[in-house]
Design a protein. Structure first.
Length: 184
């Protein structure tokens, strides 16, 4: 599993802050932000525990950048879970579903009315901490995390035990991570 370089001072500072070594198997190539004019079910205890761990790491970084904390939103949790599950079950990795629909549509489908929405995805990280550190060490993903205009979030991971290699990789990812950010 590849390791991120510690030559980057920001990466070293984050690692010192969190006292972990990050592993970042795969991150998405794009982190879109969509601005729009319009302003599910309850997450399980285990999914909420994972979300809280990711969000605590994100909120530590946001506080250092002068941003307010992200708040976990059940509708965004549902949108994240839907996409993580789809990627795991349908053997793909990307912001758009197989039918071409994007995260903004998933968020709307859950009934969240937003002015701004963004999404980070990752695959292969085995823990919430690994996924969070991977996102923080990626410029595009970090930009979403530290966007002070984004107020709410939802985080999900889907595990596929019998996952198959995709995207030209020789090994399967098994873990598919999604974090959705939005502002009402």
């Amino acid at each position: 599993m590849p390791r991120l370089s510690w030559a980057n001072p920001r990466a070293a500072a984050i690692a010192a802050l969190l006292a972990v070594m990050p592993a970042a198997p795969v991150l998405a190539n794009a982190t879109d932000v969509v601005l729009e004019g319009s302003s599910s079910s309850k997450p399980s205890a285990s999914s909420m525990t994972i979300a809280k761990e990711v969000v605590a790491i994100m909120n530590t970084a946001r506080a250092k950048a002068g941003c307010g904390p992200l708040k976990i939103n059940s509708k965004l949790m549902a949108a994240a879970k839907t996409h993580a599950t789809n990627m795991a079950e349908k053997d793909f990795f990307g912001h758009a579903n197989r039918d071409g629909s994007k995260f903004s549509k998933r968020v709307k489908k859950q009934g969240y009315k937003y002015r701004m929405v963004a999404e980070n995805i990752a695959a292969g990280q085995k823990s919430a901490r690994e996924a969070a550190i991977s996102w923080l060490n990626s410029a595009g993903h970090r930009k979403n995390i530290l966007n002070c205009k984004l107020k709410d979030t939802g985080v999900a991971v889907a595990y596929q035990a019998d996952d198959r290699p995709i995207d030209g990789n020789s090994k399967p990812y098994h873990y598919y991570w999604v974090q959705v950010f939005a502002s009402p």
